[in-house]
Design a protein around this ligand. Structure first.
Ligand SMILES: Nc1ncnc2c1ncn2[C@@H]1O[C@H](COP(=O)(O)OP(=O)(O)OP(=O)(O)O)[C@@H](O)[C@H]1O
Ligand SMILES: N[C@@H](CCO)C(=O)O
Length: 305
């Protein structure tokens, strides 16, 4: 007999980590919790400040993704009771939509009698989002490296590895929304060979550095010429943060996903204090309200209650 209800807990994530555009993700202990039940009439309840403005009809992302799974499996789309609570700030570059997509797919798959394997669900999530970085981290935890195949029917390949133990993260979260669509439309259609070669090299070095705990290489390896320079015009203070965080204690710094949040990696309390003062000054100079958040890596990925 199929399960009538399920609860899933899905971590937030950062994408890109600088040069790993659309391919590298890392999960954080900040969660979206979704309860999904088969029902006679669809009801969606969104709890918590972050979700106050979300649609609560069938246009809600979680319902849409669940319906997509049933439709793909050639099953009738059911009415659903969906309860969602989230600690992940919306539209800030911390993977709120990816967490919702991954949670919706895993929950709906259980209610539908598990027509899909985990790798098929991950591929479905990556195709829904358009890129595998955030959804990979939300699914599996740790650091995920992945790349979309040209064959739209193929499974999306990925490699997961653990986050270096000593790595700590300070995020500066500006108090405004920046949608991924808007931040992607700021990017050019073509790039120079020089910028492509620069970013490929740095991205490869970043993956190798993370895999071998070479945190001393992060400052160099996290530089990017594919997306951050173009998004800077949408994010006051970003250029200064990217250029100067390392001289204020960061081991490495990046725009988180499509922004506007930036993340700084560090190891010691002294580095955190110095970074905190620096980030506070930059945001004050740019007259942007913000929140500093200490993020702890998530090493588990989605959890099913
Ligand atoms: N828990 C949720 N329930 C339903 N819809 C959600 C939820 N979280 C996010 N969304 C939808 O996703 C949109 C935000 O997606 P967007 O990709 O712009 O930002 P993000 O995922 O927070 O950032 P990024 O992809 O850069 O990390 C919201 O406006 C909302 O429509
Ligand atoms: N890789 C994506 C993440 C945001 O969803 C981007 O930077 O646009």
């Amino acid at each position: 007999m199929h399960q009538q209800g399920v609860t899933v807990k899905v971590p937030a994530s950062t994408a890109n980590m600088g040069p790993g555009f659309d391919s590298i993700g890392m999960a954080f202990q900040l969660y979206t919790v979704i309860r999904m039940e088969l029902a006679s009439k669809t009801t969606i309840r969104a709890h918590g400040d972050h979700l106050a403005l979300l649609a609560t009809d069938k246009s809600n992302l979680i319902y849409q993704v669940a319906a997509h799974l049933y439709q793909s499996a050639n099953l009738p789309i059911p009415e659903l009771l969906i309860e969602v609570n989230s600690e992940i700030p919306l539209t800030r570059g911390l993977g709120s939509s990816a967490a919702a997509v991954v949670g919706a797919l895993v929950a709906a798959n259980i209610l539908a009698g598990k027509p899909y394997t985990t790798d098929e669900l991950f591929s479905m999530a990556a195709r829904w989002e358009g890129h595998p970085d955030n959804v990979g981290a939300s699914f599996f935890g740790g650091v995920i490296v992945s790349s979309m195949p040209e064959d739209k029917t193929a499974l999306v390949p990925y490699v997961r590895f653990p986050i270096p133990d000593s790595l700590r993260i300070l995020a500066v979260i500006p108090d405004y929304w920046l949608s991924t669509d808007k931040a992607r439309s700021a990017l050019p259609e073509t790039y120079s060979k020089q910028d492509a070669v620069f970013t490929i090299g740095h991205s490869s070095l970043l993956v190798a550095a993370l895999a071998q705990n070479r945190l001393d290489l992060l400052a160099h390896a996290m530089q990017d010429k594919i997306h951050q320079p173009y998004r800077a015009s949408l994010i006051p203070g970003l250029t200064e943060i990217l250029e100067n965080a390392v001289s204020h204690g960061a081991l490495g710094v990046a725009l988180s996903g499509a922004g506007p949040t930036s993340i700084c990696f560090y190891e010691t309390d002294e580095q955190r204090d110095s970074l905190s003062a620096f980030l506070t000054n930059v945001m004050a100079d740019n007259q942007i309200a913000f929140q500093l958040l200490d993020l702890v890596p998530d090493t588990i990925g989605i959890q099913i209650a």
